[in-house]
Design a protein around this ligand. Sequence first.
Ligand SMILES: [Zn+2]
Length: 340
Amino acid sequence: MSDLSSLEERGLAELKACSTETELRAWKTRYFGDRGDITLALKQVGTVPQAERRAYGQKANQVKEFLNSAFEDALASAKRQDLERSLVSERLDVTLPGRWVPTGRLHVATQVLRQIYAIFADLGFQVYRSREVEDDLTNFELLNMPPHHPARDMWDTFHTTKPGVLLRTHTSPGQIHVMRECCPRPIRVILPGMCYRYEAITTRSEIMFHQVEGLAVGTRVSMADLKGTIIAFAHRMFGEDRQVRIRSSYFPFTEPSIEVDMDCIVCGGKGCTLCKRTGWLEIMGAGMVHPTVLQNGGYDPEQFSGFAFGMGPERIAMLKYAIDDIRLFWGNDLRFLRQF
Ligand SMILES: [Zn+2]
């Protein structure tokens, strides 16, 4: 019986010496494990003389209960202290400003392209995409430029090593593709995409750039429709009070052909460096689809007519945001790109 009393005292003293959960768990094994002191003391009940056995058993159980509940208390208190310690040492200051996460954005050319899509979508135009690698036939011949036609000099071309295969110099070959696909139904599409020219790179010209072509074909499409479409576009893109001017021009695939100017967005027509003192800025070329081109697309020019226009979204962006160098678009300079 005195052994049990000293076991209780020793167990309690050792328990109080434990300061961490790990130490407490080691104590528990030492006393309550398979070969622990309490376990062994309980097993000894059988060896105690008959007369003392009952009292010994009771006392052993009391010691067991006492130490076990002391352990549970100590463990709960150790866990509470751990939590308090971590709350203090790992405190989160929710008033600190958040860390800045860099976010990407759309390239300015893509943004302007999407504005153009939205404007023409409102006017009932669908987007039609066509290939960037073209054949000579579609890029030139079917657009009314037979081999050796002098008009071909207007487009310095990247030819591939395979004869007759080239990088498209404009989006106009898409007109042939969409007409052949849709004939004889009416057409109202824009044809956006990258074009390539074998040219010196300057502040005004790049070897690759976007173009957006527009094409409308139907039985009663007129020059008035073209003019209305262009004016609606200029107003939506650059502002309701923009003036539009039309000059006659020449393209092999339209007849008549026109160039479209808009009054200068900087000086409003008085003359400045952007408009080279003329007061006007060129925004696109256009015209009525040439009968030969209509025919090559499968439409009878006696019955159908159409208009087409073409513009450069980078040019549009340069006018809209007063960008003075087209090379900035593909230069990957973040100081430029981050401004949009
Ligand atoms: Zn001006």
